[in-house]
Design a protein around this ligand. Structure first.
Ligand code: ZN
Ligand code: ZN
Ligand code: FE
Length: 744
């Protein structure tokens, strides 16, 4: 006969709001174990009594097949004296103690709920707020921890007896599903000012070319029929959005497949809990209205991810433009009154409901790179999950960059990046920063004891960091880019790093962005960089690529008149000739801008990175590259500009010029890496910065370096762009503090 044993099990990670306790209950009962399970703010605690073999089986299944949305970071097991109990129970939440529990991100509708949504015999047939422990709102409705209904915006609704029964029934899929509800007791949908079925009516309006504001999971979208040019053009006019492509939500995976080139992993992404916008190269057809993505080779596509979206797209429209409801660059609207107020000049109608959104969050955006997706915007479906770093980062906060801002908080050994907040150069984005910062600190229970920010003296975030009067670490922008990648990979030794980027403040006061470094999380040494050229007009130079074309020509003593045709060209040349001191830049992004303009692809960037995107899209098959030289620490770019000009003069096709240009950058990376390895024997190469969003550069640099025996790291959990800066800043601060501690 087997001996009887007892165990106390503590599970940490994403274990609340994901059906964890019912899972534990069902598993224990199936294995004929007794005991109990309860949620606490420090995770899930289980007491188990029964046969040794059954307890082993329990632990095995717990770690190998947890519920789909759970993510276990740690399991500790201790012995308990055996107790004879009658059954296995779920006991009430204990809300004392530190809040080390992790809240799960919002999750797209699951397959079971989708089936019920479309089952005429189900009591939630066509109910737009159906959810269960495997799907539905989480982060956006949480007001406090632990994650229990009274701490969510669902406290506005009293469960009916049927819902309550499911909620209390351990074998139900809705056991302790905090947002559980039904048509009797839950939120309801209205189309403001209209009677009748709100969804049918909304679809009717969309069909007739109207713009409808639709309340979603993390905020309002502005929607219109993506096949209707007239409607899309009107949306552009009303939103003052010239050319930046709109994302579209399409009815089925098959339809998405007819719009963009889809990598193998795309179906999994679309059908998974994140259900992001996937940006892919568009296929050649005219399904969508041209105004959806004018002069652009890519579409951003998503599938319906809430029951409400599912219902909308089951009707007479199959492709909807779905763009964050805001004015130009402001944060997304979440509140009903706020939406009506802020969007009244844009939307013709409002489809909304009474489930409050506590925290705004945008759709996540991923780029469809060959082997793996590249995250462009990390938001819904990812936040608030943390990046496990393996080192203590408790109490640190990092405030991020100016553009594509996120901030990060450190708790235990994980860094928690906020959702994408946006460009902090407008007041409402700053408001959102504070709103999310206060909330995330609260639900993660982080008491901030030290802060990190950018080296730039004038960023709003720098000033905020200074105002805290806490110990402050200032982190160089490109060091932060590379450190963010280290945090993601948990590889912290001295390494080779390439930060290929648009703009970042350098420690010499110039604008960096084409940097080869030797670095670790505490320090960096700038070994090579693209040679400096003037940056005439600061921000204007980034928005108007023709300026960089002229600057690069001027810098290389080439007469610009044949290649640059702009009303202000002479004026700019005069400025470059004058002795007026200008900022210098080593930015890779600006070099892309120059070449894109020289190739006549983009002279004015109506949205960020337009010029590099067009240049990448133009690449044709070619293996050779332009000349470059390395003098001391400078990578001389004259050979590139002269090569491009000579190709233009002899009528070489833009696809060849673009291919040669891209290949040159790959050569430069490989060449610099070899030189550094020769001098230092370092073999790890980290690639980060906005330019790594370029699929060609990221793919070929990676392949090339791997072939030469380097170990290469690129981002998978964080975006290569400025969205990851706060994570890097936080890691650098943690290592600098560690160093100080060791010295002290
Ligand atoms: Zn579900
Ligand atoms: Zn109900
Ligand atoms: Fe950057």
């Amino acid at each position: 006969m087997q001996t009887l044993a007892g165990k106390a099990i503590h599970v940490e990670g994403i274990v609340q709001g994901v059906g964890f306790r019912p899972f534990v209950h069902n598993l224990a009962t199936r294995l004929k174990l007794t005991g109990d399970v309860y949620n606490s703010s420090q995770g899930v605690f289980v007491r188990l009594f029964g046969k040794h073999s059954a307890i082993d089986g329990f632990l095995n299944e717990l770690s190998t097949t947890p519920p789909p949305l759970a993510s276990i970071t740690n399991i500790t097991v201790e012995d308990l004296p055996y107790e004879s109990l009658g059954d296995f129970r779920i006991v009430r939440s204990d809300d004392a103690g530190r809040r080390t529990v992790t809240i799960t991100p919002d999750a797209a509708i699951c397959a079971d709920c989708l089936r019920e949504l479309n089952d005429p015999n189900d009591r939630r047939y066509h109910y737009p707020f159906i959810n269960c422990t495997n799907c539905g709102p989480r982060y956006t409705i949480i007001e406090d921890v632990p994650y229990d209904r009274p701490n969510t915006t669902m406290r506005d609704f009293q469960m009916c007896s049927d819902c309550r029964e499911e909620y209390d029934n351990p074998v139900s899929r809705r056991y302790h599903a905090q947002p559980n509800c039904c048509p009797i007791c839950g939120p309801s949908l209205t189309l403001i000012g209209e009677d009748g079925d709100p969804i049918e009516k909304a679809v009717e309006l969309l069909r007739s070319g109207k713009i409808v504001a639709i309340k979603g999971l993390g905020g309002f979208h502005l929607a219109c029929d993506a096949r209707n040019e007239y409607a899309v053009v009107r949306l552009r006019e009303r939103k003052y959005r010239e050319e930046k492509p709109f994302a579209v939500m399409v009815r089925t995976l098959e339809l998405a497949e007819t719009l963009i080139e889809m990598p193998r992993y795309a179906a999994g992404l679309f059908n998974g809990p994140v259900a992001p916008i996937l940006v892919g190269r568009r296929k050649n057809n005219d399904i969508l209205a041209p105004a959806v993505a004018p002069n652009n080779d890519y579409y951003g596509v998503m599938l319906p991810y809430t029951p409400l979206h599912m219902l909308l797209l089951q009707h007479d429209v199959d492709c909807l433009v779905m763009t964050s409801a805001n004015r130009t660059d402001e944060p997304i609207c979440i509140d009903n009154d706020e939406a009506v107020d802020r969007l009244s000049g844009i939307a013709d109608a409002f489809l909304m409901h009474d489930r409050r959104i506590n925290l705004r969050i945008d759709d996540s955006v991923l780029f469809a790179t060959d082997e793996k997706p590249t995250i462009i915007r990390r938001a819904r479906g990812y936040v608030p999950s943390g990046i496990e770093t393996g080192i203590d980062v408790t109490g640190l906060a990092a405030f991020g960059a100016l553009l594509k801002n996120t901030f990060s908080l450190g708790r235990d050994k994980a860094i928690y990046p906020s959702q994408h907040i946006g460009d902090l150069d407008n007041v409402t984005a700053m408001d959102m920063f504070h709103e999310v910062y206060d909330h995330l600190r609260e639900i993660l229970d982080v008491e901030v004891t030290a802060v990190a920010c950018d080296l730039h003296p004038d960023y709003q975030t720098t000033r905020l960091a200074e105002e805290t009067q806490l110990p402050l670490t200032r982190v160089q922008h490109h060091h932060a880019h590379l450190a963010s990648l280290m945090a993601e990979k948990r590889v912290y030794g001295r390494s080779i790093g390439f930060a290929l980027d648009g703009t970042g403040f350098g420690d010499d006061g110039q604008i960096w962005g084409g940097e080869a470094m030797i670095f670790d999380p505490a320090s960096y040494q700038r070994v090579y960089h693209l040679e400096y050229v003037p940056l005439p007009g600061g921000d204007k130079a980034a928005r108007e690529p023709w300026r960089m074309a002229l600057t690069y020509l001027h810098h290389n003593d080439i007469d610009y008149r044949k290649y640059v045709n702009h009303a202000q060209a002479e004026q700019l040349a005069g400025l470059l000739d004058s002795k007026i001191p200008l900022l210098n830049t080593s930015s890779t992004g600006r070099l892309f801008d120059a070449v894109s303009s020289l190739c006549n692809l983009c002279h004015i960037a109506t949205f960020e990175a337009k010029a590099p995107m067009l240049l990448e899209a133009a690449i044709g098959p070619i293996d050779d590259h332009y000349d470059f030289e390395i003098h001391d620490d400078r990578i001389l770019t004259g050979g590139i500009i002269k090569g491009v000009v000579s190709d233009l003069d002899t009528g070489v096709d833009v696809s060849i010029i673009s291919g040669r240009f891209h290949n040159t950058l790959v050569e430069i990376i490989a060449n610099c890496a070899r030189r550094i390895r020769q001098d230092t024997a370092l073999n790890n190469v980290f690639l980060s910065g906005g330019v790594l969003m370029n699929n060609y550069i990221s793919h070929h640099a990676r392949r090339r370096l791997t072939e030469e025996g380097f170990t290469v790291y690129t981002h998978t959990l964080l975006p290569p762009n400025d969205g990851a800066i706060s994570v890097g800043q936080l890691l650098v601060a943690a290592f600098r503090h560690r160093k100080d501690d060791q010295l002290g």
